[in-house]
Design a protein around this ligand. Structure first.
Ligand SMILES: [Zn+2]
Ligand SMILES: [Zn+2]
Length: 263
C-alpha cells in the first residue's frame, strides 16, 4: 500500500490522500477537495484514480468530487446513510465492508459517528495498520460536533473503536491541527512532557511533510485518550466543582470536548 498525504495549503488546513496499489497503479482518493493536486500527484506517479471516498458529508471533504469524477470517471464511496447529503454516491458503505484498491490493498470500513452521524474511517488490512480518520480523530485531538454531530457518540466511537486499534496504527487525519491541539493538551495537562517536546518539534514543521503519529503516540499526547489522567481530572474538578469525585471517562471526555469548543 502506498500512501500519499497531500497538503492542500487551504485556510481549513485539509489533508487529502491517495492510496495506491503498487502492483496495478490503481488509486483511491480520500476527500480530494484539492482535486488538481490529487490529479497531478497521481499523474507524477503513473497512477489511475478509480475510486473516491468521502469520510463524511462536509463540503471541505466533498467539494472536489464532481471535478474528480469528471476527470477520471472514478466511483464515489461514502457512508450508506449519506445519500441525502452527498450527491452521486455509487457505493454506500457500512461497518465491516472492505474497500479494495487494485490487487494489494484492503481497507476495512469503520462506522465512526460523532463528528457527524454519517462518518466512516478506513483501516488498512494488508500492511502495517493505518487509519484514515477524517474529522473523527486528529493528531492530538478530536473532531468537533457543531455541524451534525453528537459528543456522546464521539465518545462512544473513541471508547469502543479507536482506542482498541493496535498501538502501531499510523494516523492519517483530515486536517492539520496538531499545533493547536497540542496547546490544548498542555492547557489541560501542563505536566505532559511528551506533548511539550512534540509541540516544539511541530512548530517548525512543513505541513507538506507532516509528522505521522501512531495510536501509541496519540495515547500519550491526545487529551481525548487520557480520560483517566489524574492531572486532567483534578484540573477539571477545580474548574467544575459539581463534577463527581471519581468521574467516568465519558464525563471527562464530554467536559474536554465542551472546553475545546470555546478554547
Ligand atoms: Zn467535518
Ligand atoms: Zn473537515
Amino acid at each position: 500500500m502506498i500512501v500519499k498525504q497531500i497538503w492542500t495549503g487551504n485556510a481549513f488546513r485539509n489533508f487529502n490522500y491517495l492510496i495506491a496499489c503498487a502492483d496495478t497503479g490503481q488509486a483511491l482518493a480520500i476527500d480530494p477537495l484539492d482535486y488538481k493536486k490529487c490529479l497531478s500527484v497521481a499523474k507524477e506517479n503513473g497512477w489511475t484514480i478509480t475510486q473516491i471516498l468521502n469520510t463524511h458529508e462536509h463540503r471541505d471533504h466533498t467539494g472536489g468530487n464532481r471535478a474528480m469524477i469528471a476527470a477520471t470517471g472514478a466511483k464515489l464511496l461514502a457512508h450508506q446513510n449519506a445519500k441525502d447529503s452527498i450527491a452521486d454516491i455509487d457505493i454506500g458503505l457500512a461497518a465491516g465492508d472492505v474497500v479494495n484498491v487494485g490487487k494489494t490493498v484492503e481497507l476495512l470500513v469503520l462506522d465512526t459517528p460523532g463528528h457527524t452521524m454519517t462518518h466512516v474511517c478506513l483501516l488498512s488490512q494488508t500492511d502495517e495498520p493505518a487509519l484514515f480518520s477524517g474529522d473523527t480523530l486528529f493528531n492530538a485531538g478530536a473532531g468537533n460536533c457543531h455541524n451534525g454531530g453528537h459528543p456522546q457518540e464521539l465518545y462512544h466511537t473513541f471508547a469502543t473503536q479507536l482506542s482498541r486499534l493496535q498501538d502501531n496504527t499510523r494516523i492519517y487525519p483530515g486536517h492539520d491541527y496538531i499545533g493547536n491541539n497540542l496547546e490544548f493538551t498542555l492547557a489541560r495537562e501542563p505536566d505532559n512532557e511528551q506533548a511539550k517536546t512534540l509541540l516544539n518539534q511541530v512548530k517548525k514543521q512543513d505541513p507538506a511533510k507532516a509528522l505521522v503519529s501512531t495510536l501509541a503516540m496519540e495515547k500519550h499526547i491526545n487529551t481525548f485518550f487520557r480520560l483517566q489522567n489524574p492531572t486532567i481530572i483534578a484540573k477539571l474538578q477545580r474548574q467544575f466543582p459539581d463534577m463527581d469525585e471519581d468521574p467516568s471517562p465519558e464525563q471527562v471526555f464530554l467536559k474536554l470536548r465542551e472546553l475545546r469548543n470555546k478554547w
